[in-house]
Design a protein around this ligand. Sequence first.
Ligand code: KG4
Ligand code: ZN
Length: 339
Amino acid sequence: MALILAIETSCDETSAAVVRDGVDILANIISSQIDVHKKFGGVVPEVASRKHLELINGVIREALDTAGIGFESLDAVAVTHGPGLVGALLVGVSAAKALAYALDIPLIAVNHLEGHIYANFLAEPGLEFPLVCLVVSGGHTDLVVMYGHGSYRVVGRTRDDAAGEAFDKAARAMGLGYPGGPLIDRLAAGGCGTAIALPRAYLEEGSLDFSFSGLKSAVVNFLHNARQRGEEVNTADLAASFQQAVVDVLVFKSMEAALQYRAGTVLLAGGVAANRLLRSGMSEASARHGLRVVCPPPVLCTDNAAMIACAAYYRFLKGDFADLSLNAVPNLELDRENF
Ligand code: KG4
Ligand code: ZN
């Protein structure tokens, strides 16, 4: 049995979780800083680091109290060491190193994107490889083929904006606020996805890469032109049309990747995986192609430490530990040599 405490501080959520054997979530405390950053229209890195520092000890304490255990029961401590904001990551990494040293237990370093992927293994530890995973967050849009635990190959990625970034930028242009993803998701439910013609970037034949900056510009131009003509914009239709354009491309390329790499299952991961149209669109397309689609519950799609604990569990089983020289790596990539 392995009881792992995990810490996640890569962006604007301070989170600590206690997970048993990679499946039983005994605690998953998530303290969001969204209200602090909202007034700036996005995450302010310096403010995020300071907030993490204020919150980290209380969040770890709460995770242990909720789990009903003391520090002495832990078998390992895991932490996100990248990618993310360097000052934010450092708070979690320092806390985890201090705990591992003081408790004399193994320290496990987890890649944040790997954590998002493993949110799927929390509920379904027996998923069969190879898998294709679409990682869609505020900073990433990656198509990853997974050959086994800890073994990845990134086969497609965005060439400009990440999908979440596109949602956030489009929402800002529409005056909706931050973060834009959930706001567009909600507003789009009352709009028509085919009302406004917006571009979809499929790129070269066979490419599994993405590009969302043209779509974002099309939304900005549409709003600008309407304003100049003095026309009222139906924001629900615009939100729905934008969302449909993003989802169409994400679904199409995920299906292509699954067929190309002979994967029977497609996983969704990252904050944008909470999007309702993406979830339903992926399910429908998967059914048409005879594939299975798995996605974590929405609370495990956005940043949380339970997913980090789950990824750490498979490293724990392999004895893959970090030492106390572990540092934050803001542009850390998924390991590509391991397959
Ligand atoms: O994974 P995450 O919590 O943080 C990063 O690692 O970036 O993802 C945050 C991103 C934000 O861009 C947010 O707007 C987007 O996920 N997001 C959504 C939804 N919920 C969060 N995008 C579309 N629909 C949603 N329901
Ligand atoms: Zn994330």
